[in-house]
Design a protein around this ligand. Sequence first.
Ligand SMILES: [Zn+2]
Length: 387
Amino acid sequence: MSQEPMVRPGAISGNGCILGVQRAGSGWEVAFASEPRTSPQPLWFHIEASGLGGAPVEFVWEHADICLGSHTELARLRPVLRADGGDWTRVQAVTVDQLDDGRKHVRFSHAGGAEAVAAAFCYPYAPPDLDATLADAASPWERCSIGVTHEGRPVTRLRLAGERGGERPGLYLMARQHSGETPGSWGLDGILRHLASDADEARELREALDVWVCPFVDLDGVVNGDYGKDALPWDYNRAWERLPMRASVHAIQRDLMRFRKHTQPRLVIDLHGPGHSTPGVYVQLPRSERPEAQRQGGLEFGADLAALFPELAAASLTRETTYASRWNKLSTLGTWTWDFLEQTQCVTVEISYQRLTDEPLTPDGYHEIGRRVLRAAHAWLSRRDEA
Ligand SMILES: [Zn+2]
């Protein structure tokens, strides 16, 4: 067998502490752990083994049981692999090793035949993926920047080309307040592609809605490969104070104030991913401390979604928010748009890293989820437009 392969975090959105590389049968075993980076509790990983010379490789994800999600559900996880820079695909299955002391490791493997094999917790989505989606010369998305991140990267904002002047129903979408939550981006990618398509529905929606998009809120975290949930020093979705605690939150607040001047009625959608093994799609409702009208708007959006997801139990499309927070639990985007943007409704939509029901989600499946979220938004806004 050839010499030991090189194993390191992926070039973009890379994350992984390499714990050991050793021979195993005719191939290699790579032990690694998700790096917490700025988060107290880790989850995201994206590593690449190169110089394999076609040898099979088994990945051993150590400390998987302390990652964000239920440790009893680890056997249901389906990380993704790609060989020699090709398409990412889910692993067929994982196995869970429980050690004598109670720790749990998750194993999954690649059968060999490649020079380089990359492994990630879920399908990565980073700026080059957005660039590919927007590359079509006929794309209706106008791109600009609205500010600069703490590390000096311009914050992208897209707006659908179309009628200007006057007020139209407005939709403001964002993803990656938590930088490792790539299912939110894949749903958003489906929305961007659908609105750029020549489908009849897309034409109608382009005429009906003024759509603004911030694809990467924590862009630094996305590029660096941070998980970004409860990111220190300040979670992005707890940084929506009257005086914002993050540079891109400040930039987006100013942008939302511009959005307000062009749109009526308005809806903001914030796309996320839940714990590692949670299935389905759901609206994380405003907390019980918030005004009843705001909670009601979230419940209504959940009902709009439920009508479009017949494969899911209707009650599963909304969830109460009761979990603890390391910061002011009410300093979220949804609170800010309600309190400082004339009671603009924001809905937080969580999209599974794994599956809706049984089958593992693919990029096509995420695109379909995005189209349904867009339809629900249109239904929600249309009722208020007629009112
Ligand atoms: Zn999140």
